[in-house]
Design a protein around this ligand. Structure first.
Ligand SMILES: [Zn+2]
Length: 427
């Protein structure tokens, strides 16, 4: 199958190509029903609305969600222990559940009986899987939902699944070769490990084994890793974002320019401190509300992932906004002049300049104003000429902030393990 054939078409053309304004109206209608159901049947959600002084009728638009607090994933274990086993978030009787998983952090994740529970069928179709694909699924089949949620979605869209699970590199290489598998699902690093092992064993890509498509999640897909898989091996590589709590969140289309918001959920990017919705290009926490889940009607679930979105029209024809990339985790952010910055952004700036050996962003407070200084250690032979202003421009594009750039010796960097050093003192 050609790449064009994989990337042509939609899983649900009507829904995916509604104008964003129309789509928001559809989502708002679904939201009203979801909030009413959650209020009626999930005690923790009823309490969330009541403590905000909000009645279900007050939530009529996506913007109205801002009146409600965020339920952070980091608190889920504690909430579940307080009101076992699901913290009061489940709207069904235990017997109505199909499975219960246990994710890292000892968080219980319920799964209902409706088909396409995790909403991953559209994700796998739109990232390029097609009926007839033979797919090695390397997410874990134990305790956590990753393996089974992908397995069922792939099988439902007509793929044949080989439930590889995690580990067993040697066996999985043999499966790739002997079953002539066409697809891979899992973390990108394990795919690279499989290919490396196959080559060590004297196998040749294209002759002894072959993959047409790999769809990854669960860890950062770096540009370098994607490039090596796409350019060197000709594998179509796409990624998606999902969690064990809410299932699908976003996925890449053929254009490879960010991950479209998945359907049947409201995706917000919010200020982690205030919960207010942020605009395009602003870094904040990804917050998810499930719209069609009568079992686990989570409203404003904080994933802890930091991202930013764009809403300009994608050439693929899908109209939903796109998460541009994952920036890091919310517990590592520092707020500077109202903008959240993250260690990975400092690394991104440093990595763009071969002259920069290491770097640290220092935040200070002067005259009631935050001051940001980017301290860079250069490699020995580098010239400083013009470099500071080029780095400044890069900082402005990545961090959306103005910073001073200074070049220092390695010894002048304090606490060098920190990418961001916050020296502000608050009275
Ligand atoms: Zn697109």
């Amino acid at each position: 199958m050609t790449k064009d054939e994989r990337l042509r078409g939609y899983y649900d053309e009507k829904l995916e190509t509604l104008t964003w304004q129309e789509k928001k109206r559809v989502l708002a209608e679904q939201l009203k029903q979801a909030v009413a159901l959650a209020f009626e049947r999930a005690p923790a959600m009823r309490e969330k609305l009541e403590s905000a002084g909000v009645s279900p009728g007050d939530i009529g638009t996506l913007e109205d969600l801002q009146a409600l607090s965020i339920t952070p994933k980091a608190k889920m274990r504690q909430l579940q222990q307080t009101s076992p086993p699901f913290g009061g978030f489940v709207a069904a009787d235990p017997g109505e559940l199909r499975r219960v998983y246990c994710s890292p952090g000892f968080i219980f994740d319920p799964e209902g009986r409706q088909s396409d529970y995790w909403r991953l069928q559209s994700v796998f179709f739109n990232t390029g899987f097609r009926p007839g694909d033979r797919v090695l699924n390397t997410f874990s089949y134990h305790l956590t939902p990753g393996g089974l949620m992908c397995d069922e979605a792939l099988a439902s869209i007509g793929c044949t699944v080989v439930p590889g699970g995690i580990g067993n590199t040697e066996t999985q290489v043999q499966l790739l070769a002997e079953l002539k598998l066409t697809g891979y699902v899992g973390v990108p690093s394990f795919l690279q490990a499989l290919i490396a092992r196959a080559e060590e064993d004297g196998m040749e890509f294209g002759r002894d084994f072959q993959l047409e498509i790999a769809v990854t999640a669960g860890e950062m897909l770096t540009d370098a890793s994607r490039r090596s898989l796409e350019d060197h091996y000709g594998i179509l590589v796409r990624q998606f974002l999902a969690t064990a709590d809410v299932g699908a969140i976003a996925y890449e289309c053929g254009e490879k320019n960010g991950m479209h918001f998945a359907d049947y959920r409201v995706i917000e990017v919010v200020d982690p401190e205030t919960g207010k919705q942020l605009g395009p290009g602003e870094v904040g926490e990804v917050v998810v509300t499930l719209l069609d889940n009568p079992v686990y009607p989570l409203i404003r679930f904080g994933t802890g992932d930091l991202s930013l979105y764009e809403e300009d029209l994608c050439p693929c024809g899908r109209t939903s906004p796109r998460l541009m990339k994952l920036v890091g985790r919310v517990d590592q952010v520092t707020k500077v002049r109202g903008m959240f910055i993250h260690p990975s952004q400092v690394e991104e700036v440093a990595a763009a300049f071969p002259e920069v050996r290491s770097a640290q962003a220092v935040v200070e407070r002067e005259h009631n104003r935050d001051r940001l200084t980017f301290r860079a250690v250069l490699t020995e032979s580098s010239s400083q000429e013009g470099l500071a202003s080029t780095i400044q421009e890069k900082i402005r594009s990545v961090l959306k902030l103005r910073a001073d750039v200074v070049f220092v010796n390695a010894a002048e960097i304090h606490e060098p393990e920190k990418r961001i050093l916050d020296l502000r003192q608050w009275e």
